[in-house]
Design a protein around this ligand. Sequence first.
Ligand SMILES: [Zn+2]
Length: 714
Amino acid sequence: MKKEIIKSLGILALVAGFQANAQEQKPEQNMDNILLAEWTGPYAGVPAFDKMKVELVKPAMLTAMDKHLAEIDKITENSEPATFENTIVPFEDSGDLLNKVFTYYGIFSSNVSSPEFREIQRELSPEISEYSSKISQNTQLFERIKTVYENSVENPLPAPEQRVIELIYEEFAMEGANLNEEDKKRYAEINSELSELYTKFSNNVLAEEENYIVYLTEGQLSGLPESYVKSAASTAEANGEAGKYAVTNTRSSMDPFLTYSDERELREKVWKNYYSRGDNDDEFDNNEVIKKILKLRDERVELLGYDNFAQWRLQNRMAKNPENAMELMEAVWPAALARVEEEVKDMQAVADREGANITIKPWDYRYYAEKVRKEKYDLDSEEVKQYLELGNLTDALFYTAGELFNFEFKPVEEGSVPVFHEDVKVWEVTDEDSGELIGLWYLDPFARQGKRSGAWATTYRSYSELEGAKPVLSSNNSNFIKPAPGEPVLVSWDDATTFFHEFGHALHFLAADIKYPTLNSGVRDYTEFQSQLLERWLSTDEVINRYLKHHETGEVIPNELVAKIKKASTFNQGFATTEFLASALMDMKYHTTDPDKIEPREFEKETLDELGMPEEIVMRHRSPHFGHVFSGEGYATGYYGYLWADVLTSDAAEAFAESPGGFYDENMAEKLVKYLFAPRNAMDPAEAYRKFRGRDAEIDALMRDRGFPVPEGE
Ligand SMILES: [Zn+2]
C-alpha cells in the first residue's frame, strides 16, 4: 500500500483523470513557450527540464488542450463513414502536445512544487475539467467510435486493434455515452451531486481530525519514543498549547501512540477519537452522506443497466465481477481470524505475566503486539541499515534488470540530458546483446522542500509503435534523506523494498511492447502486481551476496539477520489481514446491497457480526471515514485490489522459486517479460497470467507468505 502515482499518459487516462465544474476561457497564444516546443537533443528528444518556468505552465496547458480539441474536431468533421483507420488511429495519435506539457506539469506538481504552482493548478482545474468533458461527452466522436466498435463485433479486427476499440468503447459506454438525452441529463446531475458529496465527506473527516486533539502533560509520556515526544511538543506549541504534547487525530499520530504509550486510559481515548471520525452525531457526521452516495451510485448504474455499482465497476478489472472478488476474500478470511485468536492469546499471556489484570481490548492490540514482537521477532533496524547502501541497492536493481530483462544501465554523460534538479541522475538503458536503445531512466532520490512525500514511478514518454517506437523516458522518485558530502545513504529494509517496487513500475514502462497508446493503460487490481513481484528479488541470494554488504567493512549481511527479517514479515499478519479484509469486505457489501436497506451504522455492525469480526479488532477504515470508498470513486469496490495483487505476487514468486534456475531461471524470466510486462494492457490480464503460469493464480502461496495454514482440498 504505497503512496505513489503511476501516471499513464494515454489520452483516456488523461480524460478520465479530472473531474470538476467548468468555465469557458480562451487560451492565450504563446509560440515561444519552451513547454510547447518539440523535444530536442539526444534519444529522439528529451524534455527541456533545465529551461522550464512555472509562469509558462498555464499558457502552455491552455494552448495544448485547445490543440487536442482541434485534433478531435478534425476526426468528427470527417464525412467518410467511420473506420478504425480514420477514427481510432487519429484519436490514439491525438493529444501528443498535451502529453508533453503534462510532463512538465507533473514535475511542477510532484518534484518541485511551490505556492505559485499550486495557484496555477487551482486556476487550471476548471479548464482541464471543461476540456476533458468536451472529449468524454462528444456525441459525434462517440458515434464514430461506436460504429467502429459495432463493425468489429461483426468482423473482428486483428488482436491489437480489436483490444483498442473494445477498451475505448467500454470507457465511453461506462461513462454513459450510450444514454438517451434525458438519461444523460440525469446522469450528469447525479455526477455533480456525487462530486459535492465526496467533497463533503472528506471535509467532514478532515474537520474531525482537527477537532479531536488529545493534549498530554509531562506526566503522561510514559513509554513514548523521544522522537514522538519531540514532535508532539512542537505540534502543541504550534497550536498555542506550549508545554503540552499533542496527539493529533491522524493515523501517523494515533498508530505510534497506541503502540508505545503505557497509559491505558489515554490509549482508549485516542483510539475512540480516531475510530469515531465522522460518526459523532454532529454536523460532521458522515452516515447520512454515505446513504446519499450509495443511492446516487445505484441510480446511476441502473441507468446503464447494471444490478449494482460493483458489477459496473469491476467489469474491466481483472476480477471481472464482485463474486470473484468476494470469493477470494472469503477464502482468506477464516485463516486471518484463526491467526488473530493466536495473536490475542500471545498478548494476553504477556499482559497476565506483567500482572496487568486486563482483557485485551482494541486499544491494547498494538501495545501488546509490540511486546510480543520484541520477544519473538526482535530486529535491530539500525543494524540492518548498515548493509543497505543506496549505491549498492541501485547496482542491485541494474543487476536484476540485466538478469531478467537483458537490460544494461549506463550513466549518461553529466549535462547531456537536462534535469530539473542537480540531484537527478540519468541512465541510458540498452539491450545487453543487441545494444538496441530501450530508453532512459531518471532517478530523483532525495527529499527536499516542494517534493511530495513517499516514492513513485512515472514516464515522461511511453512506448507505442503508433507514435514512432521512441525510447521510453522512465523515472523513479524517492525521499531518502540527503547525506553530508561523502557520507553513505543507508536505508531501512522497508525503504529498500519500496525502491525495488518502484523500479518494477519503471521496468514495466521500459519493457512495454505495444502498438497503440491506449494499450499502455493500467488495470487497477493488476498494475501493482508487477511491481510487488519485483520486490522479491531484494532477498534473493544473488542480490544478498553481491550487493547487501556492510558500507564500511564490505561484509555480506549475515544469514541470521536475513532469517530474522523474513520471519518478521509474518508478524502480526492476523491483525493486518483482518483489519484490511474487514474494510474490503464492507466496501463490496455496501455496493452489492440495495441501498434503501442500508443504515450505515447498523449495516456495518450487523455485517461484521455476521462475518465473525473479532472484538479486539476494528476495520482499518470504518465506514464514516473510509475515504478510499466515499471521498471519490477511485477505490470504491476497489479496496480488495491490494489483496488481489498480493495473491498474484505470491503465486508468481513461488513459480520462480520452484523452477530449476530459481529466481533467475531463464525460461521463467522470458515468460515474465513476454506475458506479464511487455503486453501492458494489450492482453486481458487473466489470460496473460494464465500464459505465464500455465493456470490461474491460487491463494496457497499467499497463505504461506503470511504464515497462515493452507486450506485443504485444492
Ligand atoms: Zn506501486
